[in-house]
Design a protein around this ligand. Structure first.
Ligand code: PGA
Length: 251
């Protein structure tokens, strides 16, 4: 039985003060979610990670990126031991915005994923196709490559530390949702690739999220799909009220 997971990706939003205000309220609705068998988490900017964790120590808090090296001459980067020092044990890897604007590749994602797993961290690995690829019918080809290259070398034990998020780029922040049929089709396809890579048990246990314009009004339909185990939510995760509604609407 896979526990549902709703994860807020705050991207480059919220000052430390704003993140603290959210975290203060999140303590109660994290407890509420857990009591109802739902896992939740948020991914603030690096600046706010320590503050959010301090206020809400039980809340799952992820970084939005990390470097694969422990330390070194990498200006502007943040290393895994630095995240761990402030209590962070989750990290998003390979979000399409990082692939598009920061040159993230399947290969760099793979290095980061192994470094995170070696450090007992949990990864949310994002994959998804562009509008052009979608329109050309290339979605499965793109996803297959992203999953096989990004998760290369991950055995079934490693995959216990991995959540996959399918986020079609054309649906992120656009209000243009992928239909629930598309979400289910691709999430079940990802599960079949995991089965091929690491076996049935790994594929049955791994959580696969859908992301892209998920809102309180549509989350229930996505999570009603057999292979969609949760949602990675951008815009609708920023306001406390809206985040709470995401949880309430799936109960
Ligand atoms: P959105 O973003 O919910 O604002 O579309 C999702 C994401 O990029 O993770």
């Amino acid at each position: 039985m896979r526990t549902k997971l709703i994860f807020g990706n705050w991207k480059m939003n919220k000052t430390i003060a704003e993140a603290k205000a959210f975290a203060t309220e999140a303590v109660a609705f994290d407890k509420f979610a857990k009591e109802h068998g739902v896992d939740i988490g948020v991914a603030p900017t690096f600046m706010s990670l320590a503050a959010v964790k301090e206020i809400a120590p039980e809340l799952t808090v992820a970084a939005q990126n990390c470097h694969f090296a422990d330390h070194g001459a990498f200006t502007g980067e943040v290393a895994i031991p630095m995240l761990k020092e402030v209590g962070i044990d989750w990290c998003i890897i390979g979000h399409s915005e990082r692939r598009t604007y920061n040159g993230e590749t399947n290969e760099t994602c793979n290095k980061k994923i192994h470094a995170l797993i070696d450090n007992d961290m949990t990864v949310i690995y994002c994959c998804g196709e562009t509008l052009e690829q979608f329109e050309k019918g290339l979605t499965k080809e793109v996803i297959n490559t992203q999953i096989r290259e990004g998760l290369a070398g991950c055995c079934k034990c490693c995959l216990k530390h991995v959540v996959v998020a399918y986020e079609p780029i054309w649906s992120i922040g656009t209000g243009k949702n992928a239909s629930t049929e598309i979400a289910e089709d691709i999430c079940s396809y990802i599960r079949s690739i995991i089965k091929d890579m690491a076996g049935e048990e790994a594929s049955e246990n791994i959580r696969i999220l859908y992301g892209g314009s998920v809102k309180p009004e549509n989350i229930r339909a996505y999570l009603g799909q057999p292979d969609v185990d949760g949602a990675l939510v951008g815009g609708a995760s920023l306001k406390v009220e809206s985040f709470k509604q995401l949880i309430e609407n799936i109960l």
